[in-house]
Design a protein around this ligand. Structure first.
Ligand code: UD1
Ligand code: UDP
Length: 362
């Protein structure tokens, strides 16, 4: 069996790490990795392949830093060329980025089977590029690998599974969350970021990069006002996504109280999550990692795909409202989470389940 894996952005490298390790156990499976180039800085891309020992991409398409249309269009053209040459049995896509959508369009038009990992997630906000990408990808996938029961339910409510051709329906399965596999595995290799000056052992870990915050000046200013205030009391370490860096520099947003660092590799990130006292983020993946490492999460968004975290009190949604952010900080900063009886994201065997399903699929 030949699987063509499409990767492009940071969270996809992290998710693919566990699945590639699982594929490597099967001599009968060949994995061809295509890196679209959506993320291209060393610490947004290469570092993950090196640290997590993901096989080097067979193809690097070099398509990053462009508008959505130009990026997705150029990716479609290049991925199609690779698919025509490689003739894979499966195209495998992760999550909800522009690289995901490009891979899905090519596979469906060339009648190559498509596996979507992280299917069924919804924010119900079609203004988010991610929501558009995942809905379109789900619609044309042969296997929808869902990370949660909520994701399966979302699909059912939308009328999935759809018929793909005569007698051929989409397969929907809850395989668990591949990010849990990764967090459990890479924890043993966690390392403190070099040169990081900790004021005390009690710090907050924060990330901000989502378009709904970075591309809305008022939201971004309000978030940073709240962070600056909290940071007078507790150190905030913020590995800064290049998108956010450019925008806060242009807008001259005040970050004086914050500890800004360059984006870190996954092993450093796992150390930061494991050692922080609280996570504040608009990242999708980090919300779950906070839970895996039993940390409370304050989510700087109006909605989340990971509703089970909110329902169980592990995650508070505060949007970009300064008062809400400050209140959430006051009420949650000293909470200790008890997560051990819950099994929200499977048992850390998502990659194994995915490969078993692909092997048995006819
Ligand atoms: C993308 C995903 C988002 C995901 C995020 C993970 C889409 C629509 N969005 O957002 O869902 O959460 O990746 O991090 O696919 N840049 C660099 N160097 C890099 C990468 C980006 O300088 O290595 C800068 C470029 O100016 C680029 C901008 O960041 O134009 C935005 O990058 P892009 O890939 O378009 O979106 P992300 O915000 O990273
Ligand atoms: N991450 C990382 N280094 C950083 C910031 C984030 O390794 O400097 C990891 C984070 O732990 C998570 C993944 O990147 O595993 C999430 O990616 P991101 O927040 O970029 O995207 P999202 O999950 O929001 O799509």
């Amino acid at each position: 069996m030949k699987i063509l894996t499409i990767l492009g952005a940071r969270p996809q490298f992290i998710k693919a790490g566990s699945v590639s390790r699982e594929i490597a156990k099967h001599k009968e499976i060949e994995e061809i990795i295509v890196h679209t180039g959506q993320h291209y800085d060393t610490n947004m891309s290469d570092i993950f392949f090196e640290e997590m020992k993901i096989p080097k991409p067979h193809y690097f398409l070099g398509i990053g830093g462009k508008s959505h249309g130009a990026m997705t269009g150029q990716m479609i053209e290049k991925i199609e060329e690779v698919c025509l040459k490689e003739k894979p049995d499966w195209v495998m896509v992760y999550g909800d980025t522009n690289s995901t959508l490009a891979g899905s369009i090519v596979a469906s038009k060339l009648h190559i089977k498509l596996a979507h990992i992280e299917a069924g997630l919804r924010s119900f906000n079609m203004k988010m590029p991610e929501e558009v990408n995942r809905i379109l990808t789900d619609r044309v996938s042969d296997i929808l690998f869902c990370p949660t029961d909520t994701a399966v339910e979302n699909l059912k409510k939308e009328g999935f599974p759809f018929k793909l051709s005569t007698n051929n329906y989409q397969l929907i399965t809850n395989c668990g969350d591949v990010m849990q596999d990764g967090a459990l595995f890479y924890k043993q290799f966690a390392k403190k970021p070099s040169n990081l000056q900790l004021q005390t052992s009690n710090f907050i870990l924060c990330t901000i990069h989502r378009a709904e915050n970075t591309d809305d000046e008022q939201r971004l200013r309000d978030i940073f006002k709240a962070l600056n205030e909290i940071a007078k009391e507790k150190q905030i370490i913020l590995p800064l996504h290049p998108r956010t860096k450019k925008i806060i520099e242009n807008l001259k947003i005040d970050t004086q109280n914050l500890t800004l660092i360059d984006p870190v590799g996954y092993l450093e990130m796992v150390w930061l999550i494991d050692n922080c006292s609280l996570v504040m983020t608009d990242s999708g993946g980090l919300q779950k990692e906070a839970y895996f490492f039993e940390k409370q999460c304050i989510t700087l968004r109006d909605e989340t795909e990971w509703v089970e975290l909110v329902d169980n009190g592990f995650n508070v949604l505060v949007g970009a409202n300064k008062e809400k952010i400050l209140n959430a900080y006051k009420t949650t900063s000293n909470l200790k989470l008890e997560t051990s009886n819950l099994n929200l994201y499977g048992e850390g065997k998502a990659s194994e389940n995915i490969i078993k399903e692909l092997i048995s699929y006819e």
